[in-house]
Design a protein around this ligand. Structure first.
Ligand SMILES: [Zn+2]
Length: 273
């Protein structure tokens, strides 16, 4: 009995469904006419462009170069370099040997840690980010022995390279555009003012006194920037044919003190392993 009832219910259900389908097919759709004016025109739309996902900073930077760290500033001395003989004074011929190399001595001690002044690292990374090109550091820290070996001039005897407060560099692919790189350094400070409100550091002035370069240098409260043309400032670390930029630190905004060379800091301010 139960099976018969179920069969009956199923048959009624199927019949009712087929009836609905038939009535649906019979209905004609109502077509509404679209009214247009004579002046009406189709709106021209731009073809949409596909957006590319922004890269994370680490993806972007490792694509063509590495982020600059203090490691890039290590002394470039090498005990295998040949001796250099200075015969400029025949009565006092001097022979210079290079240092033991960066694996045997450290970087200067700054704020009680091996380091260079952080502003140098910040500015060079900014230049890399903006140009998307590699910054080549030709000279970062020089220990006193490598300093004497690399540059025998009198002015080098108090070089801030020895205290981690100076860097020489050029930008690969922009070797002949040193002025544009200096403009980027100015831009770095404009952004710093915007984000951190460091107004004291914004204004750059031209240095009026005579120096060893033909392009008058620029300075603000924190740094001193020089362009060495391809015929200027050649030393053992800068034997390349390009012009290069030198940045010197004048003022340390962390300790709020001027940054000056001293024999003590140059010779006793780093660790020898
Ligand atoms: Zn050295």
């Amino acid at each position: 009995m139960k099976c018969q009832r179920l069969f009956l219910i199923l048959a009624i259900f199927l019949l009712s469904c087929s009836k609905d389908v038939k009535t649906f097919n019979k209905k004609k759709p109502i077509v509404e006419k679209i009214q247009r004016f004579q002046k009406d025109q189709n709106i021209k739309t731009k073809i949409p462009k596909q957006n590319h996902l922004d890269l994370y900073p680490f993806e972007e930077e490792t694509a063509c170069f590495f982020n600059i760290t203090k490691e890039f500033f290590r002394c470039k001395g090498n005990p295998l370099n040949p001796e250099r003989v200075d015969t400029s004074n025949p009565d006092n011929v001097k022979v210079y040997l290079d240092c033991v190399g960066p694996s045997k001595h450290g970087l200067p001690l700054i704020h009680e840690k091996e380091n260079v002044y952080p502003i140098l690292i910040d500015v060079l990374n900014y230049i890399q980010r903006k140009t998307k090109k590699r910054v080549v550091i030709t000279c970062g820290h020089r220990c006193p022995k490598h300093n004497s070996y690399a540059d025998t001039s009198n002015s080098a005897k108090t070089s801030k390279h020895m205290i981690g407060a100076e860097v020489d560099f050029y930008v690969q692919g922009l070797e002949n555009s040193a002025e544009k790189i200096v403009d980027l350094i100015f831009d770095y400070y404009k952004e710093e003012v915007q984000y951190r409100g460091l107004n004291d550091y914004l204004n750059f002035q031209k240095y009026q006194k005579q120096t060893d370069v033909t392009t008058p240098p620029w300075h603000n409260k924190e740094i001193f920037v020089k362009i060495y043309k391809s015929s200027e400032g050649r030393d053992f670390n800068n034997r390349h044919p390009f012009s290069y930029i030198s940045i010197q630190v004048l003022y340390d905004k962390i300790s709020k003190q001027k940054v000056n060379y001293s024999w003590e800091r140059a010779n006793r301010g780093y660790l020898i392993h």
